[in-house]
Design a protein around this ligand. Structure first.
Ligand code: ZN
Length: 306
């Protein structure tokens, strides 16, 4: 009798589990993958087109990428021109499902580059913008899977609280430094939204896309600025070529800082494997450089040997 009971119970439970196979979500890059995983939890299986430490600006889709899209239930992209390769990939793959544009509703920075009006795609590096990403992703998941919308709502609310903590932590962490020390040089122009939100000035030899190399004139102007502003630290990024930053360091005598993570998360065993870790890592490094900038010069600070 007991045995029959168990078989009966198993038969009841099994189909319930089978029905709850996770929804296949494909994101264009790792930061979106992290966001979707946070909101979707166990109800989603998330893969990403462009992986950790990789550059989405210059990504070239392969047949494997197209295959990934073919089986997706939902695709999440950044928008604002970040994934120039996406429309063609979507067409090649035959994907007809929903596409969530995570930057929907965000006021973009517009600028003219190479004679064309473009949007700056790096909106995620400001935490208030990241909160808008979370709302858009929550809406897309709830539409795809209304049965579990309460869970998505709950997960999003919990994550938004973490983003509020992060935002407050960033402001507090950068607060001690004067305006003259809040200047940073990075490899490409990814930190505008961050800089605007947290009152930092960020300069870079390469524009909003990594595709275009700077002119000799631009490099000379930047070298002059580094010298005039007394900038002591230059940052490389995890997904860009460090060549130009090395060149700037050689010509100005500024030292190389550690790696900032801008357009991609790191691998799991590195310091920026989630969005929250990425932002804390970057701000810690930036604050260190600002402390260095606002400190008295090395000669004056050096105390006689005891
Ligand atoms: Zn970028």
């Amino acid at each position: 009798m007991m045995r029959f009971g168990w078989v009966f119970l198993t038969a009841l439970i099994l189909p319930t589990f089978c029905a709850a196979a996770p929804h296949k979500i494909v994101t264009s890059f790792t930061i979106l993958q992290d966001f979707v995983q946070e909101i979707g939890g166990d109800f989603v299986a998330v893969s990403t087109v462009v992986g950790p430490n990789s550059d989405a600006h210059v990504f070239e889709p392969t047949p494997q990428t197209a295959a990934l899209l073919t089986t997706a239930d939902l695709v999440v992209v950044n928008g604002l021109g970040f994934e120039a390769w996406f429309d063609r990939l979507k067409e090649t793959s035959g994907y007809k499902g929903p596409v969530c544009i995570a930057t929907d509703g965000i006021e973009p920075r517009s600028l003219t580059q190479e004679g064309h009006l473009q949007h700056d795609p790096h909106a995620w590096l400001s935490v208030p913008n990241a909160k808008a990403y979370i709302q858009n992703i929550k809406t897309a998941l709830s539409r795809l899977d209304p049965v579990h919308q309460d869970t998505y709502q709950k997960n999003a609310a919990a994550y938004l609280l973490k983003l509020d903590d992060l935002d407050a932590w960033i402001r507090e962490h950068l607060a001690p430094y004067p305006e003259s020390a809040r200047v940073v040089i990075t490899a490409h122009d990814a930190f505008f939204y961050f800089a605007k939100e947290y009152k930092v000035k960020v300069l870079a030899p390469v524009g909003i896309s990594t595709q275009v190399e700077p002119s000799a004139w631009n490099m000379a102007a930047l070298i002059q600025q580094i010298k005039t502003l007394g900038i002591k630290t230059l940052f490389i990024e995890n997904m860009t070529n460090p060549k130009l930053i090395h060149q700037l360091a050689d010509e100005t005598g500024a030292s190389l800082g550690e790696t900032l993570y801008s357009d991609a998360l790191s691998e799991k065993n590195q310091p920026a494997s989630t969005y929250l870790a990425l932002m804390r890592h970057n701000v810690t490094l930036l604050a260190k450089a600002m402390a260095h900038m606002s400190a008295p010069s090395d000669a004056m600070a050096a105390s006689p040997a005891k």
